[in-house]
Write a protein that binds this ligand. Sequence first.
Ligand code: SAM
Ligand code: SF4
Length: 364
Amino acid sequence: MYINIDDVLGKAIQLHTLDENEILYLLKTKDIKMLLSAADETRRKYVGDEVHLRALIEFSNYCKQNCLYCGLRRDNYHLKRYRIEPREIIESAQKARSYGYKTIVLQSGEDPYYTVEKMTEIISAVKDLDVALTLSIGEKTFEEYKAYRDSGADRYLLRVETTDEALYNKLDPGMSLKNRMRCIEDIEKLGYETGSGIIAGLPGQTLESIAKDILYLKSIPVDMAGIGPFIYHPDTPIKLELYSVSNDTGKKKENIRQKNSKDVFELSLRIMSILRLLMPGINIPATTAMETLDPQGRLTALQSGANVVMPNATETTYRKYYEIYPGKICLGGSPMHCRFCIENKIKSINRFVSTGKGFCRLIK
Ligand code: SAM
Ligand code: SF4
């Protein structure tokens, strides 16, 4: 059946539902500007002009998992590892609170050093600061998720990464899509605000599978959806020619550019904007990875459906070692600098920083 941009966008704007073919159509459309501005308009109508800031504390780069795409993977022996002790994590959270943040996000690789006992202690202390607390620490058992929730954690971020099972198995050895989805269901059942999302532009990923990912996120339905453009890391097993373009001697990491970065950035914007149309009231971050690929990445994302930014609140000394991918922005910045830098950027597009904790609106 013939479909056109006006009909597909009209349906998405009014009914917030699309079938797989229609999503695929938007993922490919040449009228990308229309798609992004429809998402921007929907964002304004449902969640307004305020932008929620979440202070991101990256407290350990140890990981027992071995995801092929990630610089923190267990077998990356080039990476200097660090762990921040609970007392220092709490101090970082206190500092972030004093800069006006109302949400703290604690993120790490999957690091067994932080036992349930240690984590629940950290969670309780952070919750005493009168902030919303988000965890992003990977796959756990139902009991572990429950213990964190009982200690006061409000939200949990766990991207499904891709719902293409064959691709998942290839890229996440020793893990399974079934267990990833079980974790997301547990998080939802325990009453956390549930954050999920995907990586866009993974080697071997198809637009058809992305359309399915979008329908999966809507089916949960998520309260937050984050889209990270895939950024090639030379110290991982992914060595496709497409991703390893050396513009100089090829010896230094910084000299390796990603050939398809413009396309991957644009693909992330498309996915993010479709999610906004389908779930108008959820929280959608303008991700750090987007700004790593494009100097205006977060502002463009905020003008294409996003309403959240997660500035880095990790102390400067640790930042460069949380190298999920190379070229990450703000490595030299301090928590205070990042807080006020982002506020100025947000004001420059006539938006403003929210003074609330930024829980999800009811309409998903
Ligand atoms: N370990 C936890 C987990 O995997 O859920 C949280 C930390 S992990 C570093 C956070 C996210 O980084 C992952 O969910 C994945 O989507 C993203 N990521 C990893 N490698 C990436 C890459 N090369 N490019 C873009 N995003 C990446
Ligand atoms: Fe570990 Fe998360 Fe990176 Fe996978 S994506 S290797 S679980 S930090």
